[in-house]
Design a protein around this ligand. Sequence first.
Ligand code: ADP
Ligand code: MG
Length: 610
Amino acid sequence: MMFSSPEAWREFFETYYQKELNTLADKILTDGRKEKSIYVNFLKDLFIFYEGRIAEELLEYPDTVLEHASKGLELSYNIHDVRLENCKARIVNLPQTRRILIRDLRSEHVSKFVAVEGIVRKVTEVRPKIVKASFICLSCGNEVFVVQDDNQLKQPYECKTCNTRGRFVFNPDNSIKVDSQRIKIQEYPENLRGGEQPQTIDVFLEGDLTGKINPGDRVVINGIVRARTRGYGSRKTPYMDIFIEGNSIEVLQQEYEEFEITQEDIEKIMELSEDPDLYKKITDSVAPVIYGYDKIKLAIALQLFGGVPKKLPDGTEIRGDIHILLVGDPGVAKSQMLRYVHRIAPRSVYTTGKGTTSAGLTATATRDEVDGRWTLEAGALVLADKGIALVDEIDKMRAEDRSALHEAMEQQTISVAKAGINAMLRSRCALLGAANPKYGRFDLYSPLVEQIDLSPTLLSRFDLIFIMTDQPNPDHDRRLAEHILKTHQIGEKLEMMKHLSIEAAEYRNEYKNIEPKIDPQLLRKYIAYAKRTVFPVLTKDAMDRIIEYYVNLRNSSKESSVTITARQLEALIRLAEASARLRLSDEVTVEDVNRVIDVVEASLKQIATN
Ligand code: ADP
Ligand code: MG
């Protein structure tokens, strides 16, 4: 015996949703569209009705209960006295316990109502789908209807009028259609631990749910888990694919922050912010296993914090995100650096220019192999929105990305206009790229632009470009070798300790310099907290210092091959803001400016040797 019934739902709607019933009836009267829905708040309303029994039944037997809800809508009273036919109850706000991670979806969830959270990776264009197909019998000319549910169009078995199993022709005009769209959602990048590949799931949407979301949106999909056998016809296998039949979508605020910072965390963050060695500690934590490169590590630390984005009175936006490019010989730890940043950044996406995935760096519109629909897929910079995109071998990127990257880096949007798809996606992220020189080794005496497969305009989008060369230098080489050997040694010992359970502290002490100074978990929280709450402003002195430096730089660059433009000025401001943010200060001081001038000089000096 179930508590749910069309009558119970009628009572529910009339008790809690009378206003919505009237509005819905009004809408149907004015624009006559058939597909309409009422949003039901699970926790707030359904859960207190009949002591939550119907809510529980919905989770267990969603097909039956949602059917009751639709019938209940039809029975419900409204002031316009309109029959609410073909209306749907869309359920939102499920309890946290019902939120299932994509990677945890199992056969036990099939046919159950769940909520799945993720970032939208792909959307197809919206196209009609036949739910009830009309056929004409060629023997007697009568019409036969067949309800459709699978991917293949189902033919009638026989004609009920003339009782023959003759031939039929499909009659699309008389068939009943709904709008349909397929999307793919993917786990949040920030919930993946180093190196894990994000998992995805397909979601099928119909009616008024279609055409509402874009790749890059963060959503909760509430719906029924379905399983379908793989293959078609005689090639069907017993293995099943699962997907979700969407009942409702909740688009999360872009500003929504996933990981929680407790009062206790804030105390630790405050304590750390007052550490006299703060800059060194954070810099050293960027990639402790990599020897040297202190300026680059400081630059990356500043990039993690970022400058303050601004909106001008005319509506144009200036990015706060800092873009950095590492160029250099093979084997100088560029890739390693990127992978490490991936581990400590609060939100980051790691990819290579060659692209292991089809979507590349920006976005791609392709025709789907299965159903021929145009599909828009988000690339790394869209998925990294509000975070950092780590792009190794960026010089190997696809031609489409080359042209789209200019807009993506500066305006932080990606416009797509292709076939049935017109969209503008957001890419508000910082970019840390690595590139190898075209001819294998970097030649310090030829210009940078000639040695790397990136256009000068694209290069000018980077706030900082560092050249990492591998020049033999006995003193440096010895220390580097010692550092790497130590890393390997401690790696081995940690492995051993797992078996022998020897106190780890002893070894930590011995190899302090390759242990991160700050616990990565705390560092991620520290960065997230700073980005969320600190928006530093330049002091008068800081401004004067920036102007002075900029004018001098312009002046001295007259004879050199490096062109200094207003872009460098903006870069300086962003870096100085990041420097203030790093110590949670609301004011950018002269010390901040001097600190970042040092970093800028380090990057310019290398390029100036061209
Ligand atoms: P790249 O991407 O620049 O070609 P990788 O990141 O793949 O180079 O590095 C090659 C190897 O050399 C890695 O195992 C890395 O740890 C090591 N290596 C190179 N330079 C350093 C360094 N400065 N400190 C520690 N390890 C280094
Ligand atoms: Mg590499």
